[in-house]
Design a protein around this ligand. Structure first.
Ligand code: EPU
Length: 341
């Protein structure tokens, strides 16, 4: 056996909320070959399985009575150079932010708006991570993984991944079916900075930058994130806990009539994306807690934090209270972003 199966492992350091939960069985996988071997092991099909990366989009509400598999496949490379793009690849277990910084240092811009997002490369496509006007799908080429039903190695291109806002086929039809092992990105030689986001524009003005480099954008994004979002290494959290809900034009105009301050963004399909942080903030939740342990972050109402000692159940109870409140006040349903186990 080429891997180390462990029993009763604490998952505290494998989830960025920092909540305590035990894995009945735990294994770290470093290669596709190990994954194939694990798939043939009796424990693989004996009970439930949970595949994790950096644990930054995960809320554990109980011990896991099955097999937890941490994908730790590393490696990053320039795969090929095309006329218009650099095609860059990375193992699923690479840390996302280090990968982004490596691409920038290598002179391949394109991922700078996604700097400092916690988590691993392999988890990024599942929820199509996005920030400050760029989504993973905008720079994505293809991914490689194992279809755990057939054991075959598969490659999926952008279209096949069916990316949407914080969504992909890996949350839908292919849920739990594909273990992502590596990703290829397409970084444009004809790079142009994406600077549409209000926060970025004001930082540019403050820094007197008119033609920022990709590194400048990464620095700005890093500064904005540090100012608003809690560092999971210091205070447990999983970034935005809810997605920004999208509503139909009719509901939007009704909401706007009753709540003129509503923050929303029109969508190409005619709908409107609502700033969930605003809805939560309006309900008075910012900085509040039910039990002193699980709290709504005091600088970004969309982020739930573990002030210390919170269980996953405490965080879930807080999430439910926030959802109830927003539903009562705005008749809007907030959908959690992290995987809840
Ligand atoms: N706002 C409030 N109160 C708050 C925070 C924000 O009223 O406490 C309002 C403000 O009007 C603000 C608006 O909400 O302009 C939007 O806030 P922000 O710019 O912080 O972005 P967001 O919609 O809350 C999304 C992503 C973030 C991403 C930022 C920047 C989702 C679920 N979240 O947050 O992603 O970093 O935009 O692009 O789409 C994540 O997914 O974990 C994440 C952090």
């Amino acid at each position: 056996m080429n891997f180390d199966l462990q029993r009763n492992v604490s998952l505290k350091r494998f989830n960025t909320f920092g909540v305590e939960a035990l894995a009945r069985h735990f294994v770290r996988i470093d290669s596709m070959a190990q994954l194939a071997e694990l798939r043939a092991h009796p424990l693989w099909s004996e009970g439930p399985r949970l595949i994790i990366g950096g644990g930054s989009n995960l809320l554990l509400t109980r011990d896991f009575e099955g097999l937890v598999v941490q994908i730790a496949i590393t490696g990053r490379d320039l795969a090929r150079v095309e006329d218009s793009d650099w095609v860059v690849q990375a193992g699923a277990g690479e840390n996302w932010d280090s990968f982004v910084r490596w691409t920038l240092a290598s002179g391949w811009p394109g991922l700078e708006n996604l700097a400092l997002i916690p988590g691993s490369v392999g988890a990024a496509p599942i929820q199509n991570i996005g920030a400050y006007g760029v989504e993973l799908k905008d720079r994505f080429d293809a991914l490689e993984g194992m279809d755990v039903e057939t054991g075959q190695v598969v490659t999926l291109n952008k279209e096949q991944c069916r990316f949407g806002y914080r969504d992909s086929i890996f949350k839908g039809d292919l849920k739990s079916r594909i273990v992502i092992t590596g990703i290829r990105f397409r970084l444009p030689k004809n790079w142009q900075a994406v600077l549409d986001y209000g926060d970025i524009r004001s930082e540019l003005t403050q820094r007197h930058l008119t033609q920022p480099s990709a590194q400048d954008v990464a620095d700005i994004v890093t500064a904005i994130r540090r100012a608003k979002l809690p560092d999971p290494a210091v205070i447990g959290n999983a970034g935005s806990f809810f997605k920004n809900p999208v509503v139909l034009a009719e509901q939007h105009s009704l909401l706007k009539t009753h709540h003129p301050g509503l923050v929303s963004y029109s969508q190409p399909d005619g709908g409107f994306k609502l700033a969930a942080a605003w809805l939560i903030d309006q309900c008075g939740w910012k900085g509040r807690s039910l039990d002193g342990r699980a709290a709504v972050h005091d600088r970004q109402a969309l982020v739930l934090v573990n002030r210390g000692g919170a269980s996953g159940a405490d965080i879930l109870a807080l999430a439910h209270a926030v959802q109830d409140n927003v539903r009562q006040r705005f008749e809007v349903e907030l959908e959690p972003e992290p995987v809840i186990v």
